[in-house]
Design a protein around this ligand. Sequence first.
Ligand SMILES: N[C@@H](CCC(=O)N[C@@H](CS)C(=O)NCC(=O)O)C(=O)O
Length: 248
Amino acid sequence: MSRPVDIYRTANVRNGIQGTARAYRSPASSPSENDVIKIYYHPISPPSRNVMMVAKELGVPHELRHVDLFKGEHKTEEFLRINPFGTLPSLVDEGFIVCESRAIVTYLANRYGKDDNLYPKDPRQRTRVDSALQFDVADLWPAIKALQKPQLFGKTPAADAEEAVLAQLRHVDRMLSERKYLVSDHVTLADICVLSSVTFLECFGNFSIDQFENVSLWVDQLKRELRCYDVVNEGFELWKADNRKRQE
Ligand SMILES: N[C@@H](CCC(=O)N[C@@H](CS)C(=O)NCC(=O)O)C(=O)O
């Protein structure tokens, strides 16, 4: 596995800002400096970006471990011992391993959330968040992945892939016609995870979400409001810029 890369540190140096992930306030129940949470990630992977954004929003100290998907590092014996599915992201908290990004973000909020804003404790409010997370994992993200992943490897997506994405975005747009955020009057885990999926559509510059007015406004607003967005997504932004150049 390659040397761990802390994209936050890179971002902070570039932006002239002091500090790394540890600059965020640590909650009372956070682990010791010696056994800090490890997040295995790749900067352009939307599920990885979910987890990194939630960890930052919660102020959970963590260390990033870069796993190069393009070199197959996620299929090495070493990594399969952490994540038997051979996918990113994964989290290790004092030896406790969690795979699947939406399970990771709910774990982080349950264990380290100082309040229940991101993941409400009220059963009905929480079910609204869970429902949107299930929609993301089962419907929205697979449609977006089917359109984008082939292009990552220079292939052409299936003929109906774009229409499938449009159908899912219509659902998101309808949800956002009723309120400012997906399921509540404030940001929840649902917004962060769905935002990661939707912004993956920015990869190739050949798909626009502009026809979905509510979705477009919500994306712009979240990018401004989430204090973690720029720092967590710097690797993604750099990759997108390089990719555009490669395509010119
Ligand atoms: N449901 C999983 C999906 C994870 C996933 O598919 N991650 C991609 C990166 S975006 C991956 O590791 N792909 C490698 C592979 O499938 O071999 C999650 O949310 O964690």
